[in-house]
Design a binder for this molecule. Structure first.
Ligand code: F6R
Length: 261
């Protein structure tokens, strides 16, 4: 795991978009794993800017989102499908036929999950998976006690997640209680992972995810097992990390990061 500490939320988004842009320029057929949530909004804005001003080309890339609510139609304003259209797909030259999200309205949800896994395999697996982190440490919607080898499946959301997401709905009762999510094992299969976290609210969980023991109670700790996982945080989210100075030294001195400094 590598941890990069940036001054603020905008710098996190800028750096993450540079990392994605570099991979997309190196491989136009990149298979990109996408996440939703507030943290990703600034990143998508930055990627849209790169598409418009630096001609970053999304036309051949394929995307797979981490998750979707069960019971919401793609057209529902609260679906993650709508979120992706609003924040990214509508503004870049992506071919919508190459974008994938689980179908939360599938009549056979278990079959939908198996099909989603198979589709990811058919495209050769995910090259770069974007991740946010929930306040209780979920990645995707892998809530506490998610098996660290779990695959795409339906998960019931915890009260913490329901209230975290309630602000985006009209009232807490409207937040769907279940979601289809890639499993922790599905995420770990990605060739690279890029986890973003910003704000003081994420400081405690980032310290546990990065420096704490691996536990299925906090699915983000499984990323410690990944061969190529980069965590980009702002100063606020980094404020409880014990080895922050060491991470800063690596970013400021290792040749690998020179072009991003
Ligand atoms: C969303 C997802 C979640 C969010 C996490 C952080 O697709 O998979 O794991 O990334 O809940 O959400 P924000 O950024 O809103 O704090």
């Amino acid at each position: 795991m590598e941890v990069i500490i940036q001054p603020d939320q905008d710098a996190v988004a800028r750096l993450a978009s540079q990392i994605i842009a570099k991979d997309l320029r190196a491989n136009a057929h990149l298979v990109l794993g996408l996440a939703t949530g507030r943290t990703m909004e600034a990143l998508y804005q930055s990627l849209v800017g790169k598409c418009k001003t630096d001609k970053l080309d999304f036309s051949l890339c394929t995307t797979f989102n981490l998750d979707e609510y069960v019971g919401l139609a793609a057209e529902d304003a609260h679906s993650y499908h709508s979120y992706m259209c609003k924040h990214l797909f509508k503004h870049v030259n992506i071919d919508m036929r190459n974008t994938h999200l689980p179908n939360g309205l599938a009549t056979d949800l278990d079959a939908e999950c198996v099909n989603y896994e198979n589709l990811i395999k058919k495209f050769g697996g995910i090259d770069l998976q974007l991740l946010g982190i929930g306040k209780a440490g979920h990645i995707g919607f892998n809530e506490p006690l998610s098996a660290l080898l779990s695959r795409t499946r339906v998960k019931a959301l915890t009260p913490t997640t329901l209230s975290q997401n309630a602000t985006l709905f009209d009232s807490q009762t409207e937040v769907p209680r279940r979601a289809i999510t890639m499993g922790v094992g599905t995420i770990l299969d990605a060739r690279k992972c890029l986890l973003l976290a910003t704000g003081i609210d994420k400081a405690e969980i980032i310290a546990k995810a990065v420096e704490g023991p691996i536990t299925s109670m906090i699915s983000a700790t499984a990323l410690q097992l990944h061969r190529k996982c980069t965590v980009v945080v702002d100063e606020a989210a980094a404020s409880k990390l014990q080895a922050a100075d060491y991470y800063r030294w690596i970013f400021n001195n290792e040749p690998e990061w020179e072009e991003f400094r």
